[in-house]
Design a protein around this ligand. Structure first.
Ligand SMILES: O=c1ccn([C@@H]2O[C@H](COP(=O)(O)O)[C@@H](O)[C@H]2O)c(=O)[nH]1
Length: 283
């Protein structure tokens, strides 16, 4: 039987509160080698630590969500992961929700391990939510969704990604005539039934995808919209992509804000400008 969170502390409720208080913005913590260089930092775990801790110092008390990109921490092995653990802890302590961008997906029994790693508070890598890939079949993500429900956390499932290669898979038509992406969107809608204002399962829909004709109206969860800024998407694109669903959109930018660093106040100003711009379009 589907268990529905009745407290005001489940992920959808926490996200809605954070956006109401801080504005609709997720900032990615993506310590690209080029950004480390531009910030005058070394391309190693020490540089990543300085970079990530500066972003947390600048933005964790200001923006609704911080989204560390795990790839840039993983590349330095255990030292990088130790930095990620600290980033998650410090960002949450300062009031930001943390979305671990790990894009995990596997057979269900292994997905159970990822659920324990990223959504169970017993793990040092647990945040408020994680990203997941449904392309081993949406049902394979059931352990993530169950663990998210149990601990009041969230999962953002890739549906229509911001990269140009996405449509090859996501626009393919399934046996019942729906696109693969529409089957994901519909499955997410079922998983979110009964929650207010959002269920624990969000979807990723890039700001770059244009008006694809997909039905976004029933999802019942938040939309994470990457692809803004460095990938070419604009605030106006959010209106075209999301239409009436745009009130549930969490715009996500990484490089566009991070390029303003390493100064703390410059990072804060860049994030405030972005949040203001998106607020106008999404209101
Ligand atoms: O469809 C997707 C899903 C995830 N991402 C991630 O978001 C950021 C985007 O970084 P920018 O610097 O703002 O381009 C990055 O971590 C991606 O892995 C995405 O871009 N598109």
């Amino acid at each position: 039987m589907t268990q529905v969170a009745t407290t005001t502390d489940h992920f959808g409720a926490r996200l809605a509160r954070a956006v109401a208080e801080r504005g609709p913005l997720c900032v990615g913590i993506d310590p690209h080698p080029g950004l480390l260089d531009a910030w005058g930092l070394t391309s190693d775990a020490d540089g990543v630590e300085r970079f990530a801790r500066t972003v947390v110092e600048a933005l964790a008390a200001q923006v609704a969500v911080l989204k560390p990109q795990s790839a840039f921490f993983e590349r330095f092995g255990s030292r990088g992961i130790a930095v990620l653990e600290r980033v998650i802890r410090d960002a949450r302590a300062a009031g930001a929700l943390v979305l671990n961008d790990v894009k995990r997906g596997d057979i269900g029994s292994t997905v159970d391990g990822y659920a324990a790693a990223y959504l169970d508070p017993a793990s040092p890598l647990c945040g408020d939510a994680m990203t997941a890939s449904p392309y081993l079949g949406f049902g394979s993500l059931a352990p993530l969704i169950a663990t998210a429900r149990e601990h009041g956390n969230g999962v953002f499932v890739l549906a229509l990604t911001s990269n140009p290669e996405g449509p090859q898979v996501q626009h393919a038509v399934a046996a019942d005539g729906r696109t693969v992406a529409q089957t994901i969107l519909d499955s997410v809608a079922d998983a979110n039934a009964g929650y207010d204002p959002y269920g624990p399962v969000g979807v990723v829909v890039g700001a770059t995808v244009g008006d694809t004709g997909h039905d976004l109206s029933r999802v019942g969860g938040p939309f994470l919209a990457p692809g803004l800024g460095a990938q070419g998407g604009t605030a106006d694109d959010l209106r075209a992509v999301f239409g009436d669903a745009r009130r549930a959109v969490l715009p996500s930018v990484s490089r566009e804000v991070l390029r303003a660093g390493p100064g703390v106040s410059a990072l804060r100003s860049a994030a405030a400008r972005a949040a203001d711009e998106f607020r106008t379009v999404l209101a």
